[in-house]
Write a protein that binds this ligand. Sequence first.
Ligand code: TYD
Length: 133
Amino acid sequence: MNYKIINFNQLGDERGHLVVVEGNKDIPFDIKRIFYIYGSDTDVVRGMHANRDSEFVLINVSGTSKVKVKDCNEEVVVNLDHPHMGIYLGKMVWKEMYDFSKDSVLLVLASTHYSNEEYIRDYNEYIKECEEA
Ligand code: TYD
């Protein structure tokens, strides 16, 4: 499946930690957009879509959450529970983010500018396109 766990180097010293994420170095694309998700209740499920053109890296820079990643053959659940880890999601994977801690700030780096047209929000449609690919 088209995803990868990325462990970023932790820099820093007695003053605290510092994590650097450089496009095309630490992650495999140019960063065109960032957004972040916070204030989601524990019982909220976000995402529930796939993207035809975008690649993403998700990092819980504060708190924790889980992400379920699926394609038409398999699924995995990854705990995002360290500010120095990320998950890379390639094009055309289905993702669901949930189990947000109260202090969760989920940072998302994206390879594209936002375009609603490249989203597949209907799961049946996703499975169809995934199986045709
Ligand atoms: P949505 O895709 O539902 O968020 P999530 O996948 O995290 O559950 O996006 C929520 C709203 O924000 C929706 O109206 C689209 C808008 N939006 C943008 O305008 N630009 C963006 O880059 C993103 C990610 C969302």
